[in-house]
Design a protein around this ligand. Structure first.
Ligand SMILES: Cc1cc2nc3c(=O)[nH]c(=O)nc-3n(C[C@H](O)[C@H](O)[C@H](O)COP(=O)(O)OP(=O)(O)OC[C@H]3O[C@@H](n4cnc5c(N)ncnc54)[C@H](O)[C@@H]3O)c2cc1C
Length: 377
């Protein structure tokens, strides 16, 4: 048994950490305050090969393993969640469905510009009436003269409305008890993208409501055989959970970093507050849980890299790090006292950015349902 990461993994971690600290850190607070999408940083991440990490090089990606991808997401989130989710949603939700389920022709048409990070893509599963019950999709697509005619709406979709978004893959009902995934290019007539939603956190990321009114796309935009959409999106969500689990881990680590630094500097009763055992115990608990979370996230990613079943481990890692990041952000803010409540202290942003990690890509309750199913219940 060998639990060491490879030299390549460590090098990648160093590269992404440097980028996050030097390029993202200095602008994160302003991007959040101004609800500004990080176009410049996306361009830089594309140049670093971070926008299509696990996609093979022949399709414009970097051809890395999933462990590398998890490390990159962790290191970005450690500094800023909006930038991390922009990269992670583009990769795992936007690009992978087309890469995994598309025909060779579809892959050649769409994937290179996405994997290289020149363009972004989104995945539209959630609807106003279909959240946790994602199979209850009401958006419909009917085949008419060689085209799918799409009608319906999608809710809370990440990356769908940026200036560089190429397309969204949506789930739609294509027949009785039949759901399929269809690629809808941005700019198609009848496809309307609402203004960015105003959010508690992830304020620099792009979240939109989408509507489709008699939107016509070529028959060839359906991914895989018709009716495979449900199975396909379950597979996408399993993989996506590794991303969100890595975000929980990164956010908890970022909160620990801020709390540890602050506790060493802040003096009360004539001493740094880090000298009080009550503070040390909180930091010790955080570090212990982060260690456990890291092992869970890397194990799920490693299983995926071995082409072994990983759905149970991904759901467990996502549930655990979601709740861990909640505890860590709360304790880290408490250690900052009143200063932690102020916008100028990064911990207040991490605290707000944390909550969605217990909701997106399946709520905590949904993760427990998935885990229970794996346990045979
Ligand atoms: C910022 C942001 C970005 C997002 N990005 C995307 C995206 O890119 N693409 C996309 O498709 N979706 C996206 N989502 C949607 C997200 O995945 C959903 O919000 C999530 O799945 C929960 O669905 P819901 O919000 O409709 O909540 P609901 O399903 O209405 O759940 C409400 C509450 O009921 C609980 N609940 C529901 N059913 C059960 C049950 N059977 N047993 C116990 N409890 C239950 C839930 O756990 C939750 O606590 C995003 C959401 C946000 C906020």
């Amino acid at each position: 048994m060998n639990l060491d990461l490879t030299d390549e993994h460590e090098l990648l971690r160093r590269t992404v950490r440097d980028f996050a600290v030097e390029r993202v850190g200095p602008v994160a607070e302003a991007l959040d305050r101004e609800h500004r999408f990080p176009y410049e940083l996306v361009k830089e991440m594309a140049e670093l090969g971070l926008m299509g990490m696990t996609i093979p090089e022949e399709y414009g990606g970097a051809g890395t393993d999933t462990v590398s991808y998890a490390i990159a997401v962790e290191e970005l989130t450690r500094v800023d969640s909006s930038v991390a989710i922009t990269m992670a949603a583009h990769h795992s939700l936007g690009t992978l469905p087309i890469y995994l389920f598309g025909s060779d022709e579809q892959k050649r048409e769409w994937v290179p510009e996405l994997a290289s990070g020149e363009k972004l893509a989104a995945f539209g599963l959630t609807e106003p009436e279909a959240g946790s019950d994602a199979g209850a999709s009401r958006t419909r697509a009917e085949l008419e003269d060689g085209e799918w005619v799409v009608n319906g709406s999608k809710m809370f979709i990440t990356n769908a409305g940026t200036d560089i978004t190429a397309c969204v893959t949506i789930t739609a009902v294509t027949g009785e008890d039949e759901i399929s995934n269809i690629v809808v290019p941005n700019g198609t007539d009848g496809y309307e993208i609402a203004p960015p939603m105003q959010k508690l956190g992830w304020r620099a990321s792009d979240t939109r409501e989408l509507s489709f009114r008699d939107v016509r796309v070529p028959e060839g935009n359906l991914l895989g055989p018709p009716g495979k959409g449900f199975q396909q999106f379950l597979e996408i969500l399993d993989g996506g959970r590794i991303s969100v689990a890595a975000m929980g881990l990164g956010l908890a680590q970022g909160a620990y970093d801020l709390a540890s630094e602050y506790a060493r500097e802040r003096k009360q009763f004539g001493k740094p507050i880090a000298s009080f055992q009550a503070i040390q115990f909180q930091l010790a608990d955080m570090a212990t849980e982060i260690e456990a979370g890291r092992n869970m996230v890397y194990k799920a990613a490693w299983l995926k890299d071995q082409n072994r079943p990983f759905g149970r481990e991904a759901a467990m890692a996502k549930l655990y790090t979601g709740e861990l990041s909640h505890r860590a952000a709360n304790a880290a803010l408490q250690i900052h006292g009143g200063y932690g409540f102020m916008d100028e202290y990064a911990i207040s942003r991490l605290y707000r950015d944390q909550k969605i990690l217990e909701i997106g890509e399946g709520t905590n309750e949904v993760q427990r349902m998935v885990i229970a199913k794996h346990l045979g219940f």
